[in-house]
Ligand binder design. Structure first.
Ligand code: GLV
Ligand code: MN
Ligand code: MN
Length: 418
């Protein structure tokens, strides 16, 4: 190990962390400066290989599990102590940014490097993790790797999931692990974890507006996803009178309009999104025989989500007529409260580093919401430009990213010695 600097946070290198983001951004890079690196794609495999090459250069061990989560481990003094873990995801939205998820993985890796450079030996091992398929845009549900790791979803159910083109997840995972091979930890995913702390860009405007560098994340709101399927009847667009039509898309617009109305709460706390609509057979001169759309709904209170889920179900039952319609819930993740000890420690480290900070809940979902069921967990946010995310123009400053990594490594070091 290198010269003993005795303080891991001073060993965080802003230039190295920024360059690693730039290197990763080339994998699936888009002309508009974002990334399209969807889960278990060739681009995802390339990112895995790059991370593993960096790990090998530093002498860290890498391994994967049966859902493809990728772990990079720096040993501790006590080989039996459950590790401290930190990370996020390397997959992106189809029009994703360079920082969503990737920052959490690279900040965790920077923490491992900083500990190494500072010559600090921790009691527990410290693991950087890249969870499989956090975004859930290609394969549903999202946060899949962490959900399986935490026992929220069954491995076999997830391996059978298909993407929008009918590709089975197990096949895409096999391909990915063939292209980016890592030693496999056999058996069902999951092992004892001491603590988990995830760094992420905020993905909203609050830190920037308040001119604070560090978000001390206290909670994540609850989220539910649904698929609505409406059956119509294909018919000739030129000859079929209105009364004789069973137009699946027309029914979908009635259902969707009623849902927007029912979820338009006065305090603007409920988040309701229809993000994907498919109409079949997709011919301009055939009345649609089928319409399918997704719903993503979120709120800090499970009781409020219950009320609105009932409203959505009633709307599907009444507004699609005469077309038969179904709504299926495919995810339900309850609101998460992070561990008070981890929250306090994040705040204390930010203060010790003289970084401006504020407590805040997360509107976005993160892998930490599942891992928080296994061990004390928390999160660290840094600002992103104008709060824009899930967009190719997503941006953050090298200084803010490094500040978050400094808080992270300080927190990890302390937890790894508990
Ligand atoms: C993660 O990207 C989410 O949808 O919250
Ligand atoms: Mn993310
Ligand atoms: Mn995302």
């Amino acid at each position: 190990m290198g010269a003993a600097l005795k303080d891991s946070s001073v060993a965080v290198r802003e230039d190295r962390l920024w360059q690693r983001h730039a290197d990763m951004a080339k994998l699936g890079g888009t002309p508009k400066g974002g990334v399209n690196r969807q889960a278990l794609s060739a681009e995802d495999a390339a990112a895995r290989n790059l991370l593993m090459s960096w790990a090998a250069a530093r002498g860290f061990q890498t391994f994967t599990d049966t859902i493809g989560n990728l772990f990079v481990r720096r040993d501790g003094a006590d080989g039996n102590a459950p590790p401290v873990m930190s990370g996020s995801h390397m997959d992106s939205q189809p029009t994703g940014g360079r920082f969503d998820g990737m920052y959490g993985v690279l900040a965790a890796f920077e923490a491992l490097e900083a500990l190494e450079d500072a010559g600090i030996r921790t009691r527990r091992p410290v693991i950087a993790v890249a969870w499989t398929n956090e975004e859930g845009s290609r394969f549903q549900p999202g946060a899949m790797g962490s959900a399986v790791f935490a026992g929220h979803n069954r491995l076999d159910d997830m391996l059978a999931v298909k993407d929008w083109k009918g590709v089975v997840l197990k096949d895409a995972l096999d391909e990915t692990l063939k292209a980016a091979p890592a030693p496999l930890r056999d058996g069902p995913p999951g092992f004892p974890v001491g603590f988990y702390v995830e760094a992420h860009i905020e993905q909203g405007p609050r830190l920037e507006k308040a001119e604070r560098t560090i978000g001390v994340v206290t909670a994540i709101q609850g989220s539910r996803r649904f698929i609505v399927e409406i059956d119509g009847e294909e018919a000739h667009a030129g000859t079929t009178p209105r009364a004789a039509r069973k137009d699946a898309f027309a029914a979908a617009t009635r259902v969707a309009a009623a849902m927007y109305e029912a979820t338009n709460d006065r305090d603007d706390a409920l988040r309701f999104t229809i993000g994907r609509v498919e109409v079949a057979p997709g011919s301009p001169n055939t009345v649609p025989g089928k319409a399918t759309f997704t719903i993503d709904m979120r709120h800090p209170s499970d009781a409020v989500l219950d009320v609105h889920e009932k409203k959505l179900r009633d709307i599907v039952a009444t507004k699609a007529k005469p077309c038969p319609a179904r709504i299926e819930r495919i995810t339900n993740v309850a609101p998460t409260d992070f561990d008070p000890k981890v929250i306090d420690l994040v705040r204390a480290k930010a203060r010790a580093l003289k970084l401006t900070h504020m407590d805040m809940p997360s509107g976005a979902g993160h892998d930490a919401m599942h891992i928080a069921k296994l061990c004390p967990a928390g999160m660290i946010f840094v600002p992103c430009e104008r709060g824009v995310s899930h967009n190719e123009s997503e941006n953050a400053t090298p200084a803010d990213l490094a500040a978050g990594a400094r808080v992270l490594v300080g927190v990890l070091e302390e937890l790894a010695n508990r």
